[in-house]
Each structure stands twice: as structure tokens, then as C-alpha cells.
Design a protein. Structure first.
Length: 343
């Protein structure tokens, strides 16, 4: 377990509009629960806006600010949170302050489009960076010196980045585990009702329904087909024909937005479904292998070990052992609601 710091970790949360309470809550709730569950003041935090005024939230509410962000800010952990990169009147002054404060701060983090603000301030060059799927391609093109990944979060030396959404909870738990050990993080997860804490290496998944005007409807069509055909997987050529593009065009879309070939992505999707069923249902390994489109248990076992480092039977045994001290001793019968894999 990491050695305990001499005093509370000082956290400054910079909230930049547009932002919602659901974007801020995972950060504050995780820190609050860490203090309550441990019984000590492990973290102290304050919320800053750019100008010290309350932060407008989606829906018309406001988040009170404890002060303004400026060059005088000092902390152990700086977290920039925003849900869209939207310039405001004094944004250049903010970027200049961020560029001066960040280098002297032990840990600097961007959540969702807070990642963009850090990159615009020149703070992510030569770091691994997790970027929300919506702007992955644009970010990669604009910030060539960043090492961009499609993981749900990245922790690289004194920089950490997170894609937002549900991934914010996983990220905060990982950071608390790094500071104070996995036991505390697991107790917080239990308090939040989280069954499985995802590692940063989990890949984002693109939502299957896009907003009007989204730039890649054919990609979403392909993803919907994959989701609907887990038990009897379609060939790449079949998917391309069904969505009305060539195989080469389909492969280009997958490389551009997902960083993987369609067949590789499809396999990982099926294996992720299998993992959830191994952990959360009482189906046999053979039943799960067939339900996830594998023609033989041996093929399923080999593919699963290549993806997750353990065999399906080891996965289930490890999961059962992990739950021994909790409320369940065995995976329950019937499929449970699957937690989202995307940020």
C-alpha cells in the first residue's frame, strides 16, 4: 500500500462551462467518500471557476465557486473538467495561467474536454492521453506530439486524462487506489454500487445511436449490426454490404475512429460480452462460448486468454473468490444489466 501523505491532498477542481452536475459529481463524491470511509481527512478540495463566479450548469442551476483560478493557485492535484471545448471571453488568459500553474503542480488531470484545455495550454506533449471518442480524430490531428489512446483513462507520470462519463468514476477510484491502496477504492466502489472497477486500459465503445448530424452514420450502422449478431458473427464483407459501403471504406472508418480493423473490434466486443456473462451469470463456459459466437470451447479459451490474460474458467474462479467477502458467493442465475463499456 502507498505510504500515507503527511497531510490531506489538496485538490483544485477547475470547472469550465459547459459542464453538468453529473460531470462534477464523480470527482467530488469519490473524494468525499474516501474521507468518510477511511475516517480521516485524506483530501481537501475547492472548486474554482475562471473568474470566481458561480459555474453555470446545464439545466439552469449554478455551482458555487470557492474562488477564481489564477497564477496564485497552489495544490497537489489540479483537475480541469469540461464537457465541451468552448472558448470564452478571457480564455487566452486562462490558458496562460494554466500553463504557469500546471508545471509546478505534482499531478494535473483533464476530464472529458478538460483534456483539450490542457492540450491547448501545451501540457500534454509526449504524454499518453485518453480522448473522448467524439473528438478523437480531431485531437490526434491537432496535437501531434500527444500520444493519443482510446482507453477510458490514462495515468502517465504527472499527467492524467479521462474520457468523462462513467469513466470518471473508474478514474477517480484508480487515483484513490494509487494514493491509499485498492482496499479503500473497493469500499468506495461498493458504496457507489459499482460491481466492477474498470482499468484504464479498457477501450471506449462508440454509442450505437448518434445525434443528428453525426459524421459517421455508416460506422454506427456497422456497430449496431455487430451488437445484434454476437451469437452468429457476420463476416466483414457482409457488414460492408449491409451498410452500403465497400470493405475498404468500412476498414478505413474503423481505423480512423476506433484504431482497429473491423474483425479485431468485433472479436473484442464478443469477448467483452463473454467476460460480463462469466462474471455475472450462472451460464456454463460452453454456453457462453456459443452465445458469443465461438465455434468451440478451445477457440474461445485461447482468444479469451490472449485478450485478458486468463482463461474463461480462471476468470470465473477469480470473480467468485473476489466476491466471497461480499454479498454474493456465486454468479447469479440469468443475465444482469450490463454496465456500459464506453465513457
Amino acid at each position: 500500500m502507498p505510504s500515507a501523505p503527511s497531510g490531506p491532498t489538496q485538490v483544485v477542481i477547475v470547472a469550465l462551462p459547459p459542464v453538468s452536475m453529473s460531470g462534477i459529481a464523480p470527482v467530488i463524491d469519490s473524494l468525499l467518500l474516501a474521507n468518510e470511509i477511511d475516517g480521516h481527512r485524506l483530501y481537501e478540495w475547492r472548486v474554482c471557476s475562471w473568474d470566481g463566479r458561480p459555474v453555470p450548469l446545464s439545466g439552469g442551476a449554478q455551482l458555487p465557486a470557492d474562488g477564481a483560478f489564477n497564477d496564485a493557485v497552489q495544490c497537489d492535484w489540479l483537475i480541469v473538467v469540461s464537457e465541451r471545448y468552448q472558448q470564452f471571453a478571457d480564455y487566452r488568459l486562462f490558458l496562460a495561467s494554466l500553463a504557469r500553474v500546471a508545471p509546478r503542480t505534482p499531478l494535473v488531470c483533464g476530464i472529458h474536454h478538460g483534456v483539450w484545455w490542457l492540450a491547448m495550454a501545451g501540457q500534454l506533449a509526449n504524454y499518453r492521453v485518453a480522448v473522448n471518442w467524439e473528438t478523437y480524430q480531431q485531437f490526434t490531428e491537432q496535437f501531434e506530439r500527444a500520444i493519443v489512446s482510446q482507453h477510458i483513462f490514462e495515468i502517465d507520470r504527472d499527467r492524467a486524462t479521462c474520457t468523462g462519463g462513467q469513466a470518471s468514476v473508474d478514474f477517480m477510484l484508480a487515483m484513490i487506489a494509487r494514493d491509499h491502496g485498492p482496499d479503500l477504492a473497493e469500499r468506495i466502489a461498493d458504496s457507489l454500487g459499482i460491481g466492477v472497477m474498470r482499468a484504464g486500459t479498457e477501450r471506449q465503445r462508440i454509442p450505437f445511436v448518434t445525434a443528428p448530424g453525426e459524421r459517421h452514420p455508416r460506422l454506427n450502422d456497422a456497430l449496431q449490426l455487430m451488437e445484434a449478431n454476437i451469437e452468429d458473427p457476420l463476416a466483414t464483407d457482409e457488414i460492408a454490404n449491409l451498410v452500403g459501403i465497400s470493405r475498404r471504406q468500412l476498414e478505413r472508418l474503423f481505423r480512423q475512429y476506433l484504431g482497429a480493423m473491423p474483425s479485431k473490434y468485433y472479436l473484442n466486443l464478443r469477448l467483452t460480452k463473454a467476460r460480463t456473462q462469466l462474471q455475472r451469470t450462472s451460464k456454463s463456459v460452453v454456453q457462453i462460448s456459443l452465445a458469443c459466437g465461438f465455434s468451440s470451447a478451445a477457440h474461445f479459451s485461447n482468444a479469451y486468454r490472449d485478450r485478458f490474460g486468463v482463461t474463461p474458467r480462471e476468470e470465473r474462479r477469480n470473480w467468485i473468490e473476489k466476491q466471497r467477502g461480499g454479498a454474493i458467493d456465486e454468479p447469479r442465475g440469468g443475465a444482469l444489466i450490463e454496465p456500459p463499456d464506453a465513457a
